[in-house]
Design a protein around this ligand. Structure first.
Ligand code: PBG
Length: 330
């Protein structure tokens, strides 16, 4: 890059001299419209419980979802992502509960669509909340079977669509699942359902608190490295994204977000497709813990969220969505 100007004729601090000047020249900004709030749901009635691994985040019984959805509506957050905490007795080898039309997620979608029809609902397509081994796919002879897993995932996706889910988000990292799901959605005449592909999902240690939140942590005896991406790789992400676009994805998700801002930027530069960042549970908890211990002020939240926009993301999935929306409003 050519360097223009020099001191004293040029003083870059002139553009930083006041709040209004900094606002005027700011390049990346976050709006409440760019936020997606993940919500954990559990069985039972009249309960809102804390999650030890994620301070400030709760699990809600379906009837109690109103508490959080009212806030989502008030602060105009466009979409929520539902994640179920499935009781152990409903888990099995094949994750059969994922196909139960009356499972937590199905009831959650129906509840939201009935009471808050204007709030978008996004659902994960993956088996990990439902399997007795905690993996996202079917385990056969200690290996995750790609094609057998897809056969279940496609049914899971259609079920979610039937219940009223707006955005189907496969997070399983099986090869070829986007194409199969898109074809099935078309066949069932769900032409307006979006597919947000978790195309660039790394095998990350930063999912730890989430796995505790959905109750898969204690189940999981091995890592997910045979299907989720190796964090040493970068160009592999472009192959993943390319395939998924060809197969019919509408949007691409990068996860984790903060540790992988370079991937967001790379995809943004190489493809004409909306890129969404997921600030995952470990990234959330690190910041939240530091705020609770007064090591950071909560201004750190906004800094972390704007970094996704600067990198090129159009939206952010974050457990801080309500905090951010409130902060922006004030
Ligand atoms: C499961 C899934 C995971 C997350 C979202 N969907 C965890 C995993 O792959 O083990 C992580 C989200 C977070 O850490 O906040 N397919």
């Amino acid at each position: 890059m050519k360097i223009f100007g020099s001191y004293p004729k040029t003083r870059l601090r002139r553009l930083r001299k006041s709040i209004w000047m900094r606002d005027l020249v700011s390049e990346s900004n976050i709006s409440h419209k760019d936020l997606i709030l993940p919500i954990f749901i559990r069985e039972g009635k009249n309960k809102i419980e804390s999650i030890k691994s994620m301070p400030g985040v709760k699990r809600y019984t379906i009837d109690k979802l109103t508490t959080v959805l009212k806030e989502v509506k008030k602060y105009k957050i466009p979409m929520v992502a539902l994640f179920p905490f499935t009781p152990n007795k409903k888990k099995d080898e094949l994750g059969s509960e994922s196909l139960n039309p009356n499972n937590l997620v199905c009831r959650g979608i129906e509840f939201i669509k009935k009471k808050f029809p204007d709030i978008g609902v996004m659902c994960d397509v993956a088996l990990d909340p439902y399997t007795s081994h905690g993996h996202d796919g079917v385990l056969i002879k200690k290996k995750i079977d790609n094609d057998k897993t897809i056969q279940i995932l496609v049914k899971q996706a259609i079920l979610q669509a039937k219940k009223g889910c707006d955005v189907i988000a496969p997070s399983d990292m099986m090869d070829g699942r986007i194409g199969v799901i898109r074809k099935a959605l078309d066949k069932e005449n769900f032409k307006d359902i979006n597919i947000l592909s978790y195309a660039v999902k790394y095998a990350s240690y930063f999912y730890g608190p989430f796995r505790h939140a959905v109750g898969s942590k204690s189940k999981l005896k091995t890592d997910k490295k045979t299907y989720q991406m190796d964090y040493r790789n970068s160009s592999e992400s472009l192959r993943e994204v390319g395939f998924d676009i060809k197969e019919g994805a509408d949007m691409i998700l990068v996860k984790p977000g903060m540790m992988y801002l370079d991937m967001i930027n790379k995809i943004k530069k190489n493809f004409n497709i909306p890129v969404i960042a997921y600030q995952v549970s470990g990234e959330y908890s690190m910041i939240k813990n530091a705020i609770e211990k007064k090591i950071f002020t909560d201004d750190a939240i906004l800094e972390s969220i704007v970094s996704f926009k600067r990198a090129g993301a159009c939206a952010v999935v974050t457990y801080f969505a309500l905090d951010v929306a409130k902060k922006i409003k004030n």
